[in-house]
Design a protein around this ligand. Structure first.
Ligand code: IPM
Ligand code: MG
Length: 358
């Protein structure tokens, strides 16, 4: 049965990196006779300009019926003045929530050839390979009640950090299973020294660990985990965290690799349908200049092929081509050490040639 893919390029460099990814996708569809139906639609600020909303209903509906969504990036100064409901970022949060994409997988790995780009010393960062599993549809991002009260004095604002046991169990299961497939170590991050919701989170994680005797579970407080990620990142294999802590830690982890333009991510529901996006944002400062690194987007396609589209073998081809691209010394501007770098539009072809000649 054919699988459906929805491409949402979005704003800024989202457009250019998606164009490169589509070149690779079209090549793979032809070479491996993949039975995919591919649609492309607008999202974010681009959709707001066209339809007056960052997430038109027809886009949401198409997203719901698709097996995999390839999402570029959203946002830009042009839309910063808008109310939250109209802002490009709201499209992202609504898609996550409406599609129940509770499991966010954010790998942070280093190609040792790029260790110069890392802000950390080589001996600390070499061989880095971490997976952050971030809860994506709950916690303080979506907790009710929330609000800003302006008609009282003093004015105040509040949010609610809330998790029920089912939400914690399902993300814990994804994290333990990921650790089983990797090096068998899982570190759960929270603030159990202060927050009730974190104490509860820790107790559920501890309880579930009994079902995974082959995984070594540890706990770290979020502030300490942030420090440990910088001091000794290789102590981690899989990290699991709530929506807010996972957001923060995944930015630190991505930065350690020195090349946020290389890192993909997956957001999955319980049936492994998912949305795939690069970790970088829309980068308005370089948008439209053919300077962006499309590898994170292309690596996101690889994750989609692996998790949602049943094509692990084809996914491996992309990963191999990316690895060979780096080893051959090809660079994009973000990871270049001199003026010798490829334009965005030159990358896909290099990867395609590698797969063809394999
Ligand atoms: C991310 C981003 C989003 C988040 C923003 C853009 C709403 O930082 O995907 O990490 O906070 O989840
Ligand atoms: Mg973030």
């Amino acid at each position: 049965m054919s699988k459906s893919i929805l491409i949402l390029p979005g704003d800024g460099i989202g457009q250019e990196v998606t164009t490169s990814m589509v070149e690779v996708l079209n090549f793979l569809i032809e070479k491996y006779c993949l039975d995919f139906v591919v649609n492309t639609m607008s999202v974010g600020g681009t959709a707001y300009n066209e339809y007056g909303t960052p997430l038109p209903i027809k886009v949401l509906e198409k997203a719901k019926e698709s097996d995999a969504i390839l999402f570029g990036a959203v946002g830009g100064t042009e839309w910063d003045h808008l109310d939250w409901d109209d802002r490009p970022e709201n499209a992202l949060l609504s898609l996550r929530k409406e599609l129940n994409l509770f499991a966010n997988l954010r790998p942070a790995f280093l190609f040792n050839e790029l260790s110069e780009a890392s802000p950390l010393k080589k001996e600390i960062i070499n061989d880095l390979d971490i997976l952050i599993v971030r809860e994506l549809t709950g916690g303080i991002y979506f907790g009710e009640p929330r609000g800003i009260i302006s008609n009282e004095s003093p004015k105040y604002a509040f949010n609610t950090m809330i998790y029920n046991e089912d939400e914690i169990r399902r993300i814990a299961k994804v994290a333990f299973e990921s650790a089983q497939k990797r090096n068998g170590r899982l570190c759960s991050v929270e603030k159990a020294n202060v927050l009730e919701v974190s104490k509860f989170w820790r107790s559920i994680l501890t309880e579930i660990s009994k079902d995974y005797p082959d995984v070594e579970l540890s706990h770290q407080l979020a502030d300490n985990a942030a420090m440990q990620l910088v001091l000794d990142p290789n102590q981690f294999d899989v990290i699991v965290a709530s929506n807010l802590f996972g957001d923060i830690l995944s930015d630190i982890a991505a930065t350690l690799t020195g090349s946020i333009g290389m890192l993909p991510s997956a957001s999955l529901d319980s049936s492994l349908k998912g949305m795939y996006e690069p970790c970088h944002g829309s980068a308005p400062d370089i948008a439209g200049q053919d300077l962006a690194n499309p590898i994170a987007m292309i690596a996101s396609l690889s994750m989609a092929l692996k998790y949602s589209l049943g094509q692990e073998h084809v996914s491996d081809k992309i990963d191999m081509a990316i690895s060979s691209f780096i080893k051959k010394g090809y660079r994009t501007k973000d990871i270049a050490i001199d003026e010798n770098y490829l334009k965005t539009s030159e990358v896909a072809n290099k990867l395609i040639t590698t797969i063809e000649n394999e």
